[in-house]
Design a protein around this ligand. Structure first.
Ligand code: APR
Length: 228
């Protein structure tokens, strides 16, 4: 039985209405990421950071999973081999599309973290810098999201899966942010076939063995159908 490792990025949730980061009009063209997506930015102005993520949490909770999220859930359910789904996205559309055991390497907008004691809990819809941590009561709550300069989550498990993969598929990601951007190299070095599914080919030709282009809501279901 073969094993597939899938990495998704903001492009898979674009057609659900959630913004990407580096496309025209993307989040990082409208916000300074050093202000809202770094520990230093949070230390400087926690209220600004909570405002930013409160808006993203509302968008994510109001969004609906699309055909691409649902197709990946179907693949994980019906495929004869193993499917490991890793996402850089902080939304829960994979889960609401039916996927289980999703590996959120950049954290989750639906979770909160205490910067003082490390306690984690389900985030309220709106978070406020004055909120006390439910465990230690310190007013140091933050979204449970991995910011630039912080270590992504579950890296050991992800690298193990990449090194055992027969196929690595990157869907809707620009491949600009490491360590995720290097997953294709790890999988390829371990002998996996590599496939990129994106609205358009990402700039480095030849990085993937195969490239399927088109909107995720069409290209992903078509690809999944070719496997099931
Ligand atoms: N279908 C498929 N792909 C799409 C679609 C679509 N409808 N719309 C956009 N894309 C592709 C774009 O071509 C681009 O390659 O999605 C990708 C989005 O790239 P980014 O905006 O850079 O998002 P992502 O790759 O997920 O960013 C990685 O950077 O800022 C950090 O933590 C953040 O997880 C994020 C990480």
């Amino acid at each position: 039985m073969s094993s597939i490792v899938i990495l998704t990025g903001a492009g898979i949730s674009a057609e659900s209405g959630l913004g990407t980061f580096r496309d025209v009009g993307g989040l990082w063209t409208r916000y300074d990421l050093t202000e809202v997506a770094t520990p230093e930015g949070f230390a400087r102005n926690p209220a600004l950071v909570h405002d930013f993520y409160n808006a993203r949490r509302a968008n994510a909770l109001d969004a609906r999973p699309n055909a691409a999220h649902k197709a990946l859930a179907r693949l994980a359910q019906d495929y004869g081999g193993t499917v490991t789904l890793v996402t850089q996205n902080i939304d829960d559309l994979h889960e609401r599309g039916g996927a289980r055991d999703v590996i959120h390497m950049h954290g989750e907008i639906t979770r909160a973290l205490c910067a003082a004691c490390g306690h984690r809990w389900d985030a309220p819809r709106v978070m406020d810098p004055a909120d006390p941590c439910p465990a230690c009561a310190a007013p140091r709550t933050r979204p449970d999201i991995v910011w630039f300069g912080e270590m992504p989550y579950h890296m050991d498990r992800i690298v193990d899966a990449l090194e055992a993969a027969d196929l690595f598929v990157a869907i809707g990601t620009s491949g600009e942010v490491y360590p995720a951007a290097g997953f294709v190299d790890i999988a390829s070095a371990a002998g996996a076939e590599t496939l990129e599914i994106n609205l358009e080919p990402t700039p480095v030709p030849g990085r993937f063995d195969r490239v399927l282009t088109g909107p995720a809501t069409r290209a992903v279901p078509d690809w999944v159908a070719s496997l099931l």
